[in-house]
Ligand binder design. Structure first.
Ligand SMILES: [Zn+2]
Ligand SMILES: [Zn+2]
Length: 229
């Protein structure tokens, strides 16, 4: 049974096989130029790494996102993350896949969603990053061989939502919050991509990347739905 595609934003007919009409698609807060290292939106493309990147230790090699955390994308992520609207998540994952294809981003061997703590997983019933990673890995797995690995990394303590904290507390909030399961042979020398919903300062994905490095991962990329500018 094929249902007609309907725009999740304005209820017009969908476009390009997605639940989003052409008008709303054009109005999305696309990131045109960004720092290749941390995905921070920039006014032009000539900076390889932004000022913020050169002042801190990053454990991932590159990061990319299609959108600024703004407008319809911000609303859709809230609906998806806090309001059980999984159809918004599906659309966001399809937009991320489109971005991966358009920008010809490097395809990893393993896709690792940022894990939720088990207590929060019980409360919410799903991990938004895992839902995105499932759709992305299924599509990229078909021809390009990417595999989903959702339990190599776990969150060893419950942390506050990064977006709700002042900038100064964000690093402390997630520091040491992730661990890799014992004997992760599967990670050694692998090319991995971490998936998250929103990248705020990058502290969360950096902590995940740090423990992947310790486990012998060779290259770490980051894909997220949106970046806080
Ligand atoms: Zn629309
Ligand atoms: Zn940067």
């Amino acid at each position: 049974m094929i249902y007609p595609k309907i725009c999740l934003h304005c209820n017009d007919a969908g476009h390009n096989g997605m639940d989003l009409c052409e008008r709303c698609f054009q109005k999305l807060p696309w990131v045109e130029y960004a720092c290749g290292r941390c995905a921070l939106p920039l006014p032009s493309s000539n900076a390889a790494a932004c000022g913020a990147c050169s002042n801190r230790e990053l454990f991932f090699d590159h990061a990319s996102t299609p959108f600024q955390f703004d407008g319809f994308i911000r609303d859709a992520i809230y609906q998806f993350k806090f309001n059980q609207k999984l159809n918004q998540g599906k659309l966001l994952a399809e937009l991320l896949l489109r971005h991966i294809e358009d920008r010809q981003l490097e395809i990893p061997e393993l896709i690792i969603p940022v894990p939720l703590h088990k207590k929060r997983m019980r409360q919410r019933g799903y991990n938004q990053a895992l839902e995105i990673a499932r759709i992305v890995s299924k599509e990229l797995g078909k021809e390009l061989g990417s595999e989903l690995d959702y339990d190599a990394v776990y969150r060893n303590r419950d942390t506050s939502v990064q977006m709700e904290l002042p900038a100064k507390q964000r690093h402390k909030n997630v520091k040491g919050a992730f661990s890799v399961k014992d004997n992760p042979i599967v990670l050694k020398n692998k090319q991995v991509c971490i998936i998250d919903d929103v990248m705020t300062t990058g502290n969360t994905v950096n902590e995940v990347a740090k423990c992947l490095r310790k486990a012998g991962v060779e290259k770490v990329g980051v894909w997220c739905l949106a970046r806080v500018a």
